[in-house]
Write a protein that binds this ligand. Structure first.
Ligand SMILES: *Cc1c(COP(=O)(O)O)cnc(C)c1O
Length: 355
């Protein structure tokens, strides 16, 4: 039995994996594998429609939004967003709350002016900036809801008079969000909604087409909106696994139920980190993420023996990102609370032996 705390691709519900495995062998009794059917077949039409409808239902997406399944990862959105939404000679506002946010801003600079309205780089991104002015002459504000590497998360979203674009790669479907407050949301699937290979984009229908620049067909949102994500071959299997994962999420009560569970899991681990003398959290308390919990050993010389304890007990994926060090426990939707309880018990045993 493994306890998978990996940051991404992350843990998926066993039920979704089993359903997907079955679909590889035989999709709904068709005698064909999901891997070998046409993306223009009736079977895939139904899969795409069901996945879209689950996204719409679970996140309460308003009717004037498109739901797209694209390729190229969240990283391609870093450039697609400014290419489509930042007019030639225009300006966009970026909150620099981590490495992913910085990478997004870097791409935007290729297409126009970028104003960094706030940054937490001064303390290695251990907090989420909260007080900043949003320039009214910028075309959009780009934010990152959860900073996967540093374990910080926006507890609430900024009130903005300009359109808001949000990278929700690592906390989408972990809690309810008011989609109508955003012009565009994007997320690589592999953290919290499916496997690598598909990127979810939820965007207002009418926001593209105003940049005044020529955009390559595949990188133009218009192409994918008009063709319902079927301009070219979409990642058929990755979409199937997302569908199975979202079906599971719906069955267990949707995003408000999973938010309660995610809160319990995070509270359990943070309270151990705060009370156990061997460990300390790296993110500021008011910026702590419920998805990625980053912590260190007070005595780095114990690292090796703690890592060995984790390994011997089937606890995997806890190594912190190289830019923070220490440990990062990712508590994505599919991670059961029993895995967190198990990790906490190992931390307690470790303190008894090394205290
Ligand atoms: C993982 C991650 C990305 C990069 O996603 P890719 O799909 O690998 O391009 C971007 N933003 C955030 C917040 C992430 O966690």
């Amino acid at each position: 039995m493994k306890h998978n705390f990996g940051a991404g691709p992350g843990i998926l519900p066993r039920k979704a994996i089993e359903k997907s495995a079955q679909a590889i062998l035989d999709l709904n009794g068709t005698g064909l594998s999901i891997l070998e059917i046409s993306h223009r077949s009736k079977d895939f039409d139904a899969i795409l429609a069901q996945t879209k409808s689950l996204v719409k239902e679970l996140l309460n997406v308003p009717d004037n939004y498109s739901i797209l399944f694209l390729q190229g990862g969240a990283s391609t959105q870093f450039s697609m967003v400014p290419m489509n939404l930042l007019p030639v000679g225009g300006k966009a506002a970026y909150v620099e709350s981590g490495v992913w946010a910085s990478k997004a801003a870097k791409e935007a600079k290729l297409f126009g002016n970028v104003e960094t309205v706030a940054s937490s780089k001064d303390r290695n991104f251990c907090y989420v900036p909260t007080t900043y002015a949003i320039p009214s002459d910028a075309s959009y504000l780009h934010i990152t809801s959860n900073n996967t590497i540093y374990g910080t998360q926006m507890a609430s979203f900024p009130e903005s008079n300009i359109p808001v674009v949000c990278d929700m790669s690592s906390d989408i479907f972990s809690r309810p969000v008011d989609v109508s407050k955003f012009d565009l949301i994007y997320a690589g699937a592999q953290k919290n909604m499916g496997p690598a290979g598909v990127t979810l984009v939820i965007m207002k229908n009418d926001i593209h087409g105003k940049s005044g620049r020529a955009i390559p067909t595949m990188l133009d949102y218009k192409t994918h909106i008009e063709n319902d994500s079927l301009f070219n071959t979409p990642p058929v299997f990755a979409i199937y696994v997302c569908m199975a994962t979202l079906e599971w999420l719906k069955e267990i009560g949707g995003v408000s139920s999973i938010e309660k569970l995610n809160t319990q899991k995070a509270n359990l681990l943070y309270s151990e980190i705060d009370s156990n003398p061997l460990f300390k959290g790296t993110a500021d308390v008011d910026s702590r993420s419920k998805m990625n919990v980053c912590f260190l050993l007070e005595k780095p010389e114990l690292d090796e023996s703690f890592s060995a304890l984790l390994k011997d007990n089937g606890v995997i994926g806890l190594k912190g990102h190289r830019s923070v060090g220490g440990y990062r426990a990712s508590l994505y939707n599919a991670l059961p609370i029993s895995s967190v309880e198990f990790l906490v018990s190992l931390m307690q045993d470790f303190a008894k032996k090394n205290g």
